[in-house]
Structure formats: C-alpha cells, structure tokens
Ligand binder design. Structure first.
Ligand SMILES: [Zn+2]
Length: 417
C-alpha cells in the first residue's frame, strides 16, 4: 500500500508541477487524473479501484510571508485533486478533502482564510481574501518525502493576471499594474435565521396554549446564541421581535445580508392529534407529496392573513423557480437538509420521510441555500410541550449547529447521548 501511494504521489506530483507552469490550475485536476489513469498500478489493482477511497484530510494549514510572495501550505493525509478558482476578493482553492485543522490568521497578502462547502459532496472551498489583486505563481501537491506528509503549496504575489494568462513570474511582470481590489467581503459565513410568522400572524396555535410565532422566535434566538458562541459564524435574524414581515420580504432580507445559508423555523399543526415529529423542506415547483403541498399552502397563507395580494407573490415564486435552473443553491439546500437529519439529537422525534420539498414562498431567494424546518406539531401534546421547553430548545439548536458545522467544514461533531 505505501508503495502504491508513493507511485501515485510521484505521478500526480509531476502533473502538478507541469501545471504550475500553465497555472490555469483547474487543468491540474484533469492532468493529475489523466496521469493516475495511466498508472499501471491503478489498472492492476481492480479490487481496490472499486472501493471509494477515504477523502484526504487536511491536518495543518499555514501561511508564510516571504516578502515577494505569500505561501499557503496544507498538510494532507494523501494527494488530493484541487482546482484554483478566481474570486473578486482573492483566490479560492476547491479541494476534495476534509478539514481537521484550524485556519491560519492573516499574513502577507492574505487578509483572511475561510472555509465554505465545495461544489460537490466531499469537496471544500478555502477562500483566501487578499489585501489586493494577486496572481498565482504556483499551485501543486508535493509528494511525501523525508517523513513529511504530502503538501499542497500555493504561492501568491501581488498584481493582477490577465485573463487566461500564463502565470509564470517572468510573464506576469508585463501585465497590468496592481489596482485596488473591490470592496472586501467579510469572511465568516453569514447564517440568516427566519423565525416564522410574527405580529398579526400568530401561525399555528399549540394544544396547551402558545403561538408558533413565539416558539419560532425563541428557537431562533437560541440558535443565534449557539452559533455566535462558536466564533465561526455571523448571524442575522429576519425578525428579532414580535413583528410581522411579509413572506416575500424574507428571502430578500437573506440576500441583502449576504446569507450563505437561510434557515426558516416553523412548527406545524393538523387535525390528526397523533402526528408528531420534525421534517425539513427544500424548495420545489413540484411538491414531494400531497401533505407537503398542503403544508406549503398553509405557510404561504401568511400574507393573506394580513391582507397582502397573494397573486403578485405567486407570480414571483413562478419566475424565481424558473431561475433555479442552475440548481446549485438547491443542491446545497438539500445537502444541508440531509446533514440536519443526520445530526439530529436522538431525543428529537422525526416524521416518517422527513426530507420533503414544496413551493414555499419563503425559500425563493434563487442563489441562497435555504431550508424550512418544521420542528414538530403544535397539535401533538408532547411535541407542543417540548417545543415550549428550554431543554428541548437547546437540543434543537444544538442539532442545527452541528448541521451548520458539517455544512461549512465537513466536520460535524456527533451528538452527545
Ligand atoms: Zn409556520
């Protein structure tokens, strides 16, 4: 096994070095996989080829300031495919790996490093915000040697590279002089929490008394408290008090806040008193089942309660759903929904088939991953009692926090039992 790893490492290492000259670094991925496919060892070990390998783990991450360049280093458990993506505020490294290390503090040309979910499951994005325009001098995975683990190394220098340019140090000197970068983005992920209903719209009414609007607000505040306590997120609430906000305005708030994730909190109520448990919804123009469709209709009634014109809103939903053809935000929404179910505290009851979809007005920000969590049924006596309790609120928020952690780092902590 170690021998095989070494061969693979050398081949991909060569591919990576060739790429450093081309520096259109996404090519590295293609070249490295092509190189691996031609390795005889690969074709010989048919049995192991069928097994999905463990994702590479990033055991350490650091920045070094070398005066004329800033070096970004990741220590890897094994070679990992990566790509370098341009970003208005710096450079993005997309890598098939999971992060076990703390991210380094600002150094040299790098103002901050943040982690985001990657485009595919098992991928992550390291977002390097820089002090100004930078060019990538080199990006490669160095094979293990002298007892050192494989390392991803990327060198950045100040300046702007031309589109599709060859980023060797010699050629970049002829390019445009550095110009100040656009307004830098804050780097911590922004979570926007949306407590359902409010003001004139109480939402569902609990069997023992109490309103959905108060339960969702209390839950949103507890989730905000837990998220902020980690120091890893920024948090905004669509409402912080008992006020009415039209449904159609809520996705707009998420976009205006620059949300990386939008979580709408609700609790349902139906005539059957036996039904209980949590479910989580993503947006769809076709409801996953009749119940989901009815629920979306109930939740979408919110604006009708206070006399707003629903026909306008429906037109908005239709046009936004067409815009969803990119599917990216929706795929991310589904990923978060499934992480939430995986990370739920075992004490929280779950509805059968808990991952559902329907046309919820509140989930229609086209480029923001968004879920609607129905935390339980206020028509069920036990659910209603739990949703009003402090201990259950902490459990629920803790489950959401683990899902958020899993979504942004791929490192969800298993629930305490
Ligand atoms: Zn609701």
């Amino acid at each position: 096994m170690p021998q095989k790893e070494a061969i693979r490492g050398r081949v991909t290492g060569l591919a990576s070095r060739a790429c450093a000259l081309l520096a259109a670094a996404w090519l590295c991925l293609a070249m490295a996989s092509a190189a691996m496919a031609q390795t005889p060892v690969q074709t010989a070990s048919v049995a192991s080829a069928r097994v999905m390998p463990e994702p590479a783990r990033i055991g350490a991450a650091r920045l070094g300031d070398h005066g004329d360049k800033t070096r970004f280093v990741l220590e890897l458990s094994r070679d990992a495919p990566f790509s370098i993506l341009p970003d208005a505020n710096g450079v993005v490294v997309e890598m098939e790996a999971a992060l076990d290390a703390a991210l380094p503090a600002a150094k040299g040309l790098v103002r901050a490093v943040a982690v985001r979910p990657g485009m595919k499951a098992g991928h992550l994005r390291l977002v390097l915000s820089t002090t100004g325009p930078v060019r990538v001098l080199l990006a490669e995975v160095i094979p293990p040697r002298d007892g050192m683990p494989p390392r991803f190394v990327m060198d950045l220098a100040a300046g702007r590279a031309g589109r599709g340019a060859v980023l060797t140090p010699a050629s970049v000197s002829t390019m445009n002089p550095p110009v100040p970068a656009e307004k830098p983005k804050p780097t911590l992920p922004m979570i926007v929490i949306d407590p359902g209903h409010g003001g004139q719209d109480p939402g569902a009414i609990a069997v023992g008394g109490g309103y959905e609007k108060d339960i969702t607000l209390a839950m949103a505040k507890e989730l905000r408290r837990q998220l902020l306590a980690t120091g890893r997120y920024r948090v905004a609430l669509t409402r912080d008090s008992d006020t009415y906000i039209p449904l159609r305005d809520r996705p707009g708030i998420a976009r205006a806040k620059g949300a990386d994730l939008f979580i709408s909190l609700h609790a349902d109520s139906i005539t059957s008193k036996q039904v209980r448990g949590l479910s989580v919804y993503t947006l769809s123009d076709k409801a996953s089942d009749r119940e989901a469709e009815m629920l979306a209709q109930r939740e979408n009634q919110s604006d009708a309660i206070v006399g707003l014109d629903l026909s306008v809103q429906s037109a908005d939903i239709a046009s936004i759903l067409i815009g969803m053809s990119q599917r990216d935000a929706l795929n991310r929404s589904r990923r978060f929904a499934s992480l939430l179910l995986k990370n739920l505290d075992p004490k929280i009851a779950v509805l059968p088939g808990p991952m559902r979809s329907a046309g919820f007005a509140v989930l229609t920000a086209p480029d923001v991953p968004a879920v609607l969590v129905e935390m339980g049924y206020l028509s069920h006596s036990q659910d209603a009692k739990l949703l009003g309790s402090d201990a259950h609120r902490k459990r629920m928020a803790g489950s959401l926090l683990r899902a958020v952690d899993g979504y942004f780092t791929g490192n969800a902590v298993p629930p305490r039992s």
